[in-house]
Ligand binder design. Structure first.
Ligand code: DAH
Length: 337
């Protein structure tokens, strides 16, 4: 008998959900609570049941009666609210509302702005350049000769022989110095492109922040101090940087800077590939040929430059393991930050 009552309860709920107006609701009420309704039938059965079964059965019938009465009342309130407010009959004002979707800054924008703020605090201002560049600004003026093997690591997408998608933000150095006399102290954020085979750590489209400081008497000591200070502000006061010799055509000497792995503190783990260090940026002292290309006198000024990969900074800070996540626009990823 009890399963039958339960079955009746679930059928009632289904029917109640399908009720769209007051007339249908009244029909439903009569079918369950009316004189010849389902509940009345159950009470008749109760009278015929064995004495031992009666208490449990009576309880179950009363519970059903309550479910039905409450369900009908709630639906009635909902329907009359709809009628008053001229809302569609199916509208249930007792359901919780949907919050409006609120946007937020993209994680890359947030990290980029934070990095820019740190450099602003050290006296750098912000400059920008085009993403569609010429071979001259992207390569030649930066001391990459035509057909030089140093171009190999920066294959890109060409519009024609002369016009391409910039592979780095370094051309902004050239454009800025061409139009501004020294001293120069700028950072240049932006999107860059490479013809990469895309995987968890390589994207064909990513962000960099270029830095350039030119004046009389700028030394490699200034470069190291500036980048150390930056690393401490971004990663925390105990962040350590190490500089490794490297080659870039537009700086001499050149270096890559690594930060002590945030995860293992230098012992070697999965995140730093067992080395204890994570590569952060490229840097160096501006090559005299770059100064010559923009009309600066390399005998009178010196300078340092650096290029920071923004995705890499975000990946390290937040433990993100796949660079492709940034531009897939999946809110499940983006809303975590
Ligand atoms: N442009 C380089 C790259 O994309 C990064 C870089 C290295 C920038 C050294 C610099 C620098 O300004 O001095 O790989």
């Amino acid at each position: 008998m009890q399963p039958e009552i339960e079955h009746l309860a679930s059928r009632f709920r289904e029917e109640l959900a399908g009720v769209a107006d007051e007339r249908a609701l009244e029909e439903l009420r009569i079918r369950y609570l009316g004189r010849k309704g389902a509940l009345a039938g159950l009470f008749q059965d109760l009278g015929k049941a064995a004495a031992a079964e009666r208490p449990a059965m009576g309880k179950a019938i009363h519970a059903l009666e309550q479910v039905v009465a409450e369900g009908l009342a709630a639906r009635k309130t909902a329907l009359s609210a709809c009628a008053e407010e001229r809302l569609p009959a199916g509208f249930d004002p007792s359901l919780p509302g949907r919050r409006p979707w609120r946007g937020r800054r993209h994680i890359l924008s947030a990290v980029l702005e934070e990095i820019i703020d740190i450099f602003r605090g050290m006296g750098f201002s912000v400059a920008e350049g085009p993403e569609v560049e010429t071979d001259y600004y992207n390569f030649q003026a930066l001391n990459f000769p035509a057909n030089h093997p140093s171009r190999d690591s920066q294959d890109t997408f060409y519009v024609d022989d002369e016009v391409l998608l910039r592979t780095h933000t370094s051309p902004v150095q050239v454009r800025y110095m061409e139009t501004h006399p020294a001293p120069v102290r700028i950072v240049a954020p932006g999107r860059v492109y490479r013809n990469e085979a895309v995987d968890a750590s390589h994207a064909a489209e990513f962000f960099q922040l270029e830095g350039l400081y030119v004046d009389a008497g700028v030394t490699i000591g200034d470069l190291k101090t500036t980048l150390r200070q930056f690393a401490r502000e971004f990663f925390g006061p105990r962040a350590e940087l190490r500089f490794r010799p490297h080659f870039f055509p537009f700086t001499e000497p050149s270096a890559e800077a690594d930060v002590l792995c945030f995860n293992c503190g230098g012992e070697g783990c999965r995140i730093c590939g067992g080395t204890g260090w994570i590569e952060l940026l490229g840097a160096g002292m501006v090559h005299p040929n770059v100064f010559r290309a923009v009309g600066y006198d390399p005998e009178r000024v010196t300078g340092f430059a650096f290029g920071i990969g923004i995705e890499r900074m975000a990946m390290q800070r937040y433990g993100i393991e796949d660079i492709r996540l940034f531009l897939e626009n999946d809110v499940r990823f983006l809303s975590q930050f």
